[in-house]
Design a protein around this ligand. Structure first.
Ligand code: FBP
Length: 263
């Protein structure tokens, strides 16, 4: 079962995942009148042919159930708001068994590497990884270095370390940020070993920059992207999805992907 689920998260070894947990992580400040509605996002995930969509449990319960046959779900098992300025720790909000009942193909969890609460985070994550794997469910780990002991979360060294921690702790896919160091990112991917590497999108940026970033990360050996704002804040989410797929899934050039945007 694990192999089938892992296989379905990929297309020819690559993956494009739509992330929509920002309502909890950042608040509605990321949204407009369209993308505040989870149905809008489900429609993008379905029509855009995403490998999977990331939801927290509340959205999975209230919006996802009619889409079980149309969109694959990665259920995020922990979360936090951006309000409390405390030591980085994202509490567990859903169990693995509940995620499976809700139709999850995989589960997700944020590990704040280097946080003063790292020991607690590791303990929680290890239990989740064990339970998920016992049930044949892949684990996607958001590996984000953060906290007072991490003066810079964008160095290649700390990103590579975070990717490695994901591998060591039993993640199947690590979701990390790209720091635009193309050569360094090859090392990051090596550090992740048999773990697949997907890159987060970040704040909305220019289309050519986003597509260039997508090209660099797959050329460096990453599996793809798990991206949110750059897609559902885009005026034409299906077009930008198509352009990303051209690069990530079809191995096309940035030029060809940009051309598909103009059509
Ligand atoms: P984006 O592509 O919109 O950046 O989403 C990626 C993501 O990892 C989300 O899944 C998550 O909500 C958010 O970024 C958290 O980012 P941060 O902790 O840096 O605010």
């Amino acid at each position: 079962m694990f192999k089938t689920k892992m296989y379905r998260l990929l297309t020819g070894g690559r993956s494009l995942i739509l992330a929509y947990d920002q309502g909890l992580e950042h608040g509605p400040t990321d949204f407009n009148l369209k993308n505040i509605d989870p149905n809008y996002i489900l429609d993008i995930a379905e029509k855009g042919g995403y490998n999977a969509l990331v939801f927290q449990r509340g959205l999975a319960e209230k919006y996802y159930q009619n889409y079980r046959d149309k969109v694959r779900l990665i259920l995020k098992l922990n979360g936090k708001t951006s309000i409390a300025k405390v030591e980085p720790y994202s509490a567990q909000t859903c169990s693995v068994s509940r995620a499976i009942k809700l139709g999850a193909e995989a589960v997700g969890y944020t590990v704040y590497v280097g946080s003063p609460r790292e020991a607690q985070i590791f303990e929680e994550f290890s239990k989740i990884a064990e339970e998920a794997h016992d049930h044949g469910i892949p684990v996607v780990a958001w590996m984000y270095p953060r906290g007072p002991f991490v003066p810079n979360d964008s160095t290649t060294e700390i990103i590579a370390y975070s990717a490695r921690v994901g591998l060591e702790l039993g993640a199947d896919i690590v979701k990390i940020k790209y720091n635009n160091d193309f050569e360094g990112f090859k090392w990051v991917v090596k550090a992740a070993g048999k773990c697949k590497v997907v890159v987060a999108g970040g704040h909305k940026e220019a289309e050519n920059e986003l597509l260039q970033q997508a090209k660099e990360i797959v050329d460096a050996g990453a599996t793809g992207m798990a991206i949110g704002r750059n897609v559902w804040q885009h005026p034409e989410p299906l077009k930008i999805s198509q352009a990303l797929k051209k690069i990530i899934i079809e191995n096309k050039s940035v030029k060809e992907a940009l051309k598909s945007l103009k059509k």
